[in-house]
Design a protein around this ligand. Structure first.
Ligand code: VNL
Length: 195
């Protein structure tokens, strides 16, 4: 369901071909909802069957055609219904904490590597999200640029502020992960150092 809503979000910015949905996705909402093309194309076809988007054939190149999707009224209603409904929280399935809970079975060096890799991963993600915030604020992100074109400055600001806020949430969470992993390094040192 979430992939569907992420794809509807893309098509609220402008009508696009499947390939453009894929490209826009990877440089925008894909940073908060990862999905490979193998999921995106079949889901677009299902969404068309369900009437949430409409594909029309448009000319392409010298004599080719391609399909361009636009969101339908039903698609907009479905998207807004999702946004106006309380969130569904998934119960925990946390591979990192699962593993952390049993580090007494691991080699101390492997435990240390585990926490260091965790720090490196989240540090890299924070850098990506900070870059994204910059391109949102200056409207150079292509998906956002389309979305705010022809909008008043106030409306553009409102649209941008929520997206920046989402990334600030991602960054806060990653910073907490890094702080936790640093404590983990300390714990491994404390518990395994003298062994
Ligand atoms: C959009 C653009 C969304 C850039 C994003 O993430 C993003 C958008 C939620 O305009 O839909 O990073």
């Amino acid at each position: 369901m979430s992939l569907r809503n992420a794809l509807l979000a893309m098509l609220t910015s402008q009508p696009m071909t499947g390939y453009d949905v894929y490209k826009n996705f990877q440089t925008s909402v894909g940073y908060v909802w990862h999905a490979p093309d193998s999921q995106i194309y079949p889901e677009l076809r299902r969404m068309e069957q369900d009437g949430l988007i409409r594909g029309e054939t448009v000319p392409w190149g010298k004599r080719g055609t391609k399909k361009r999707y636009s969101i339908t009224e039903a698609g907009i209603r479905s998207f807004q219904e999702w946004l106006n409904t309380p969130p569904e929280h998934q119960r925990e399935r946390d591979p990192i904490r699962l593993r952390a809970a049993y580090l007494e079975w691991a080699e101390p060096a492997a435990s240390e590597e585990f926490f260091k890799a965790h720090i490196a991963y989240h540090s890299a993600r924070i850098d990506d999200w900070k870059d994204m915030i910059r391109t949102l604020r200056d409207h150079s992100n292509p998906t956002l640029a389309k979305r705010v074109q022809e909008k008043s400055p106030e409306e553009a600001e409102r649209i941008t502020a929520y997206k920046v806020f989402a990334y600030e949430g991602m960054i806060s969470r990653a910073e907490a992960e890094i702080a936790w992993a640093r404590k983990g390094l300390g714990l491994v040192e404390e518990l395994e150092g003298g062994r």
